[in-house]
Design a protein around this ligand. Structure first.
Ligand SMILES: Cc1cc2nc3c(=O)[nH]c(=O)nc-3n(C[C@H](O)[C@H](O)[C@H](O)COP(=O)(O)OP(=O)(O)OC[C@H]3O[C@@H](n4cnc5c(N)ncnc54)[C@H](O)[C@@H]3O)c2cc1C
Length: 504
């Protein structure tokens, strides 16, 4: 729902052969563009390469609450990382919110930015106990929070706390505005430019779909870095569902709100082009672990209708985020790579805030050689936490199944049982196929084996994509990569030829 038309200020193609840059930032989401502008402010010549178009990734599917508290609560952070770390992350989050504020003020950006209070409320005794400990830890961390006897929703609650001076924005308007400023100041943005690989050490020679370029520093702002890396075992892909509705009684809640279920619901109101929308999200699950993704929308809609007088469901969408193993993002040097390769990932559901923490921290790391947040978010940190070994095992759950490219009439008969718009994984003679029948009745057949780490993909009916449960790569029905870390698509099974052959 956030998609703007493709802005004409952003270079769609540019000859980059032999161009040398100080920093190549890969990814044109909120992270990539904010990091690029921040580095440019420090005098570096930067280029952003985006494989599709700006906001193609999760930034185009976010609900854009800007918070100084996280899904990993201050109580959890204090327990796992200590009181000092909780204070440091609160400081980082406050700086991130200030950076939004100062960018918007300095460049006079029209992105529907509004400061609002954020309410967290409990609905049973267990949640209330947890809420009290979150409140205490938030106070200790130095966050501006208080108890409140009201929440902005018509939902019963036991106890509530309010975090002051949170905010919401229109994410695409914000990112496009920053991109425009970045280009006007001499930055280069390349859309439809997939970064494939690089080689070298001091100077990195980068291979992209638009040609080769050279850079001193490379930053993967791709939500999850491509290829196989330690971080793929420390980040798990999840999907979350969101819906924007209009209300009959105009009773749009004024504020951001969150309940305490797992997964939790999140609520806010947004004005877009003079119309109000109430945006609610939730029903998160691990990617490809829910067979009927459409049912998640149904549950979300039923939840909204239970409490609100819904006039119309205007938009619904789902998108992906990456949950870090120990609860904190990974921002800094990418393990197993030269010193001049950096990453920002593992944001959980707080990437709008983390993207700006990444911009602040990476700029300091690159221009000053140090950042006060470097240790806290070090991607190479070893933080043994309960459940970590299961987390790794689950993510390394590799399918050892391979198959030939062709199959027989018997299989085709089975295919005909698919309804239009339906997809399924089928087994035939011990081999697996991922099949989808489109609205014209044509079958699209690909191998379900994700080329990244050989896990088996699952069908996402809401987005009509094949999603990998292990590391979150997503593929179109024809096997093309929609979202990394996979660099290449699913193997296509040539059934049309086969159908022709069988017919003769
Ligand atoms: C439903 C939902 C709601 C959310 N709500 C909130 C919220 O309210 N508040 C909050 O703080 N966070 C929220 N989040 C999380 C937040 O939206 C994300 O963490 C954030 O948008 C990530 O931004 P990003 O720029 O790092 O990644 P993305 O926006 O995913 O951008 C990465 C870009 O990299 C590009 N790319 C990938 N590989 C390559 C390559 N090899 N070459 C070139 N380009 C490449 C992709 O095309 C993509 O455009 C939400 C997440 C979901 C799923």
């Amino acid at each position: 729902m956030w998609q703007n038309k493709m802005p004409d200020y952003v270079s769609k193609t540019k000859t980059i052969v032999d161009k040398k840059f100080d920093v190549l930032i890969v990814g044109g989401g909120v992270s990539g563009i904010t990091i690029a502008l921040q580095l440019q402010k420090s005098g570096l010549q930067c280029v952003v390469a985006e494989g599709h178009n700006l906001c193609f990734g999760t930034t185009g599917g976010t609900t854009a609450h800007l918070n100084n508290f996280f899904d990993t609560t201050y109580a959890d952070i204090e327990k796992k990382f200590g009181e000092d770390s909780a204070q440091l992350i609160a400081k980082a989050a406050n700086q991130a919110l200030e950076l939004y504020h100062s960018n918007i003020e300095q460049y006079n950006i029209d992105c529907d930015y509004q400061q609002k209070d954020g309410y967290l409320y409990s609905q049973n005794d267990k949640q209330t106990e947890e809420l009290d400990s979150i409140f205490q830890a938030s106070i200790k961390a130095g966050v501006d929070v208080g108890y409140t006897d009201r929440i902005p929703l018509p939902i019963e609650f036991q106890k509530a706390i309010v975090y002051h001076e949170q905010a919401n924005i229109h994410p695409a308007k914000y990112v496009h505005a920053l991109a425009k400023i970045f280009e006007e100041k001499g930055g280069v943005i390349l859309q439809n430019c997939m970064v494939n690989d690089f080689e070298g050490d001091d100077e990195l020679n980068v291979d992209t779909s638009l040609g080769k370029m050279t850079t001193k520093i490379l930053i993967w702002a791709t939500h999850i870095p491509p290829g196989i890396n330690l971080l793929h075992f420390r980040c798990a892909p999840y999907r979350s569902y969101a819906m924007a509705v209009s209300l009959n009684d105009n009773a749009y809640p004024d504020g951001l709100a969150y309940d305490m279920y797992d997964p939790y619901h999140y609520y806010r109101t947004q004005d877009i082009d003079g119309k109000k929308y109430f945006i609610v999200g939730g029903y998160d699950h691990k990617t490809a672990h829910e067979e009927n993704t459409e049912a998640c929308f149904n549950k979300l809609e039923a939840h909204i209708r239970k409490y609100f007088n819904v006039k119309e469901v205007a938009f619904k969408w789902s998108s992906q985020y990456f949950e870090p193993a120990d609860g904190l993002a990974y921002i800094g040097h990418l393990p197993g790579n030269p010193d001049n390769v950096f990453v920002a990932t593992g944001y959980g559901g707080n990437g709008m805030t983390y993207s700006h923490i990444a911009a602040i921290s990476l700029t300091d790391l690159i221009t000053k050689g140090q950042s006060e947040y470097a240790k806290l978010f070090d991607p190479g940190r070893v933080k043994p936490v309960a459940g970590f070994s299961n987390f790794v095992k689950e993510n390394a759950d590799v399918v050892k199944e391979f198959f030939g490219k062709r199959f027989s009439q018997e299989k085709l008969n089975e295919l005909s049982e698919l309804a239009k718009g339906e997809a399924k994984l089928v087994k035939f003679e011990g081999k697996s196929l991922a099949l989808y029948k489109d609205e014209n009745g044509d079958i699209h057949a690909v191998s379900p084996v994700c080329p990244h780490a050989k896990c088996s993909v699952g069908w996402n009916s809401a987005e009509k994509s094949w999603d990998c449960p292990c590391h979150g790569s997503r593929f179109s029905v024809n096997g093309e990569v929609l979202t990394g870390p996979a660099r290449i698509g699913l193997e296509v099974i040539e059934i049309e030829n086969l159908v022709q052959e069988e017919k003769h």
